[in-house]
Each structure stands twice: as C-alpha cells, then as structure tokens.
Design a protein around this ligand. Structure first.
Ligand code: UN1
Length: 512
C-alpha cells in the first residue's frame, strides 16, 4: 500500500499505536475503555485510544476551574501572545496535521490543509482581537456620573465537535475563548480522536514553552456520557456544540435549563440558485465543489440546486458531464477529487437516502452506488450522484451527510427564494447571477433566511473573518469572526458616580 508519508506525519504529531485520550495540558492519561480509529481511506487501523472515564472527567474539571482563576487575570494581549504562538506551531505542523485530517477523516489532502489554514487564520484573527475587546461608553442621565460596558471572561468553555471538521472548529472556539480569558475543554468526535490528540500535543508544546498551568486547554476523548456531563455541569459556562439537529436540540434545552450559555452549529440544507443570468462555467464548478467536496460531509455542502427553467437542461447536462470526470479515491492522492465517507454507517445512510429519494419519485440523472474492488477496500467510497426532485420530498427536507445533489426547477426568482427557504435548516445559501436586481433581492429582507448568503460563490468554504452559523434548525449560533467573541464573555454595565451627592436615576427622590 502507498503510504503517502502518513507514517512519518503520525510520528511527528506524537501519535502512537496506543494513545490515551485525556490531557489537561501535561501528560496524557485515561482510565476508560479503548476505541480504535480506522482510516476510511484504506481501512487501516491508525491507532487505539483509551477513553476518558468519569473519574478522569472530575480531574479535568477541577484542573480547569483552578486554571481559570489564574488565566482570567492574565492581560488579554498577553493571552493573545499565546494564541500567536499556537498559530506559529500550526504553521510548523501544517503538512503533518493536514495529512492526518485527510487520512483519519477522509477529506482530500487539499481540504485537510485548508482546514489547518483555517486554524492558522483564526489564531491571527484572535491575536489582533486580543487588543480590541471593546465595550461601549455612554453618557449618564445624572450629573457627575460616567457609564460604560465591559466584557469579562465567563469561565470554562466546553467545545464538542463533529468528525467533519476535526481540527478547525476546535481552533475557532479555543482561539476566541482564550483571548477572552476562558479555559477550554474539548470533547472531539470519537470518529476522529487522533486529530484531537495531535492538536493537544501541539498545544502542550505551547503551554510548556510559556510555563502555563495545566487546565487552560484540555481534551477528553470520550463517549456520549462525557458529552452529557459537560452539558449538565453547572461549572461549564458555555457549551459550543457542533453536530446534528437531533442532539443539538437536547444540548440546547439541557444547557438552558441550568441557565448556561450555548453556541449551536447544527444541520444545513444549503442551496445554490442558478439564475438565467448566471455565469454557467462558474456555477458548475461552484456547484460541483459544494456538493462533492469533503464527500458532501460539510455543514455547508451544497445539497440543492434551484435552477431557472431556461438553463435547467444545460446545467443538468453539464453537471452530468462534470460528474463523469470526477476521480474518486484515496484522499491523500492529489489526483483524486473525492475521498470516502467517514465510515460504513455513513455509507448505509447514503444508500438509504437514495432509496428513499427513488421511492418518493426522484429521478437520478447521475446514479449513485457504493464502490468496491481495488483501492476501495475500506468500503467507505461512494459515487456522488444527482437526482431531480421536488423540494417537498421528505428526504430533500432532511440533511443527508453524503454527496447527493438534488435538482429543482424554478420560473421566477421569488419562487426560487421561497423554495430555498422552505426547509427546516438555515445555514448557507447562494445565488449565481450577474443581474444586480436579482442579487440584491436575494440578499434583502425578503431574500435568503440563512446565516450565510453568497453571490457568485458556492455555499461552502466560508472565510473565518465573518460570523459563521445559521438560523432555524441550524441552531442560531455563530462562531469565528466579526463580533462573535462577545458570546465568550459576560457583559457588565458600570455606572460610576464621582460627585459628593447621590442622585437617583429617573429623577426619583429619596431623602432620609
Ligand atoms: C462545518 O462543516 O462544520 O464554510 C464547517 C466551510 C468551512 C467550515 C465548515 N469553512 O465550508
């Protein structure tokens, strides 16, 4: 088997055959059961990981609580300096980590490297931000008084991430949480535990170089019981959860019940509207990358194309031709466009969705199917497929994490926007058009209802500088850029009286 240098990268990242899944910044430990991580690329066992147990959980939480008391007093720009060093380390390890992401998760090497680039980018962003945690000042209605708002650290931030972005989502959250003076506890997906251990190894180098106490950045590779404990634990101020709408709903209500804060990044059902005035060359590339990139396993993957009737057949035929040219294979091989799905369970979901789509009346323009034979031994490779459907089909309303693209025809832009919005999710959306009126209507208050709305760009591949997240069943959370840092802090309004008298607000008189 061709190794693509993965053995060497595993070594550089400190991944062993047997790993322990818990670290608070120092040595790794774990006393739970063991799991195995297989690569969906070639089916090989990459390594074993001993999971965090409930006993380990208590240790991590205590260490985080202690660390917070100290870390919150470190000046924000100094915390930024630590994030700057993390960004430098990530540059050093970019090739190795990108390769591991590709090998353990299955996305193409290009996308694996892109994911590490997102980590580097958010570090740079956070460093600058560490000097800009601004609040407003305002004029008091009382003479000799001053008012302002300030933001303080909130405490322990737990980060629960999914397999599809096994490293970047942690970095988005950690970089911001840190500069805000919080400590973080990461529970990664059990499907990509080694990516998490590699990140923590990198982090531990930064922590050690700065003599920082344990507990500032912890990882716990554990099963759902660990996730549940984090969600229920009053000591955890903010739960940042990325995953399914089904689990997100539980996280949301459990955290709300104890008046904790949560950031939810749940399912997407993203569409591109291809107008009669679209640049079709651009539209085809945008649609194909959006639908097959990461084998359709991004939250932002393009699931639906809403195509104007006048260009419908041309787009359909050109898509079919483009799909015919897709090379599916080992994601570490740079000649391949599409890698595998994460595991065989995901392949089953893909097959079920195709079956369901057919039952509901979907007509396949490009047939799907599971690939077998040489180079496909892992059983995780599937053919990206395209079906003509109605938006109302149950399967079309549902997010299937696989490269299945649905085509829908429209007559007027108002109708297209209504179709685009007529799903339970609200993450990403796009329009391909060179017509200013169409673009502006799509972005207007009568346009897309999603957290992300693009013009002449596909639905996936957002930059970290803007707030990332979506509405409706996507959960309403925002991560990464813009003013998202405010989620990671508690807000305080301060009124200061510098006179010798005590006037009350609203002109109330109270004399003794
Ligand atoms: C996700 O799929 O969970 O916009 C995140 C994108 C990436 C992030 C996706 N920057 O596609």
């Amino acid at each position: 088997i061709k190794d693509f240098g993965i053995e060497n990268s595993l070594k550089n990242l400190g991944i062993k055959d047997e790993n322990k899944g818990t670290s608070t910044g120092g040595k790794f430990f774990a006393s739970g059961k063991s799991i195995e991580s297989y690569s969906p690329a070639d089916g090989r066992l990459i390594g074993k990981v001993k999971l965090s147990s409930e006993k380990d959980y208590d240790k991590v939480l205590e260490s985080a609580q202690k660390a917070f008391l100290e870390f919150r007093t470190v000046p924000a720009p100094k915390r930024g300096e630590i994030v700057r060093q993390l960004g430098l380390k990530l540059r050093e390890y970019k090739d190795d980590l990108g390769k591991l992401v590709s090998y353990e998760m299955g996305k193409s090497l290009q996308e694996g490297l892109g994911e590490v680039q997102e980590m580097i980018d958010i570090c740079d962003f956070a460093v600058g931000l560490s000097r800009q945690l601004h609040g407003y000042t305002m004029h008091s209605e009382r003479p000799g008084h001053r008012m302002y708002e300030q933001y303080h650290p909130i405490g322990i931030v737990s980060i629960i991430t999914a397999f599809n972005f096994p490293v970047a989502v942690w970095a988005w959250n950690t970089a911001l949480a840190w500069i805000c003076g919080n400590v973080t506890i990461w529970k990664p997906s059990e499907k990509t535990p080694l990516c998490a251990i590699a990140c923590q190894n990198i982090m531990n180098e930064v922590l050690a170089a700065n003599n920082l106490s344990e507990g500032i950045s912890s990882v716990m590779v554990g099963d759902h019981t660990i996730g549940q404990k984090l969600v229920d634990d009053k000591r955890v101020a903010l739960v940042s959860f990325t995953g399914s709408t089904r689990v997100g709903r539980m996280v949301s209500s459990k955290v709300a019940e104890r008046f904790g804060k949560s950031i939810l990044e749940l399912g997407g059902n993203n569409a591109i509207i291809i107008s009669k005035d679209a640049d079709l060359d651009m539209s085809i590339i945008g649609a194909v990358f959006g639908a097959v990139g990461t084998a359709g396993q991004r939250c932002t993957s393009t699931r639906r194309l809403i195509i104007h009737e006048s260009v419908y057949n041309e787009v359909k035929n050109r898509l079919a031709k483009a799909y015919g040219q897709l090379k599916i294979g080992n994601p570490l091989d740079e000649n391949m466009h599409v890698g595998p799905l994460i595991d065989v369970a995901a392949v089953n979901q893909y097959e079920l969705a195709i079956e369901k789509c057919k039952k509901e009346g979907g007509k396949f323009v490009v047939e799907g199917g599971v690939l077998t034979g040489k180079d496909y031994e892992s059983g995780c490779y599937v053919k990206p497929c395209i079906a003509e459907v109605k938006n109302s089909y149950e399967i079309v309303q549902h997010e299937t994490f696989a490269p299945i693209l649905y085509l829908i025809k429209y007559k007027t832009l108002e109708e297209a926007i209504a179709i685009q919005n007529d799903v339970p999710q609200g993450l990403s959306s796009a329009i391909m058009t060179q017509n200013l009126r169409e673009a502006e209507l799509f972005l207007s208050h009568a346009g897309s209802d999603c957290g992300i709305a693009n013009v002449n760009i596909g639905t996936s591949g957002a930059e970290i500088g803007g707030a990332f997240g979506g509405e409706k069943e996507t959960g309403g959370g925002r991560e990464s850029g813009s003013d998202v840092w405010k989620y990671y802090m508690r807000r305080q309004t301060n009124t200061i009286n510098y006179t010798a008298s005590l006037p009350l607000a609203q002109g109330i008189k109270f004399d003794l």
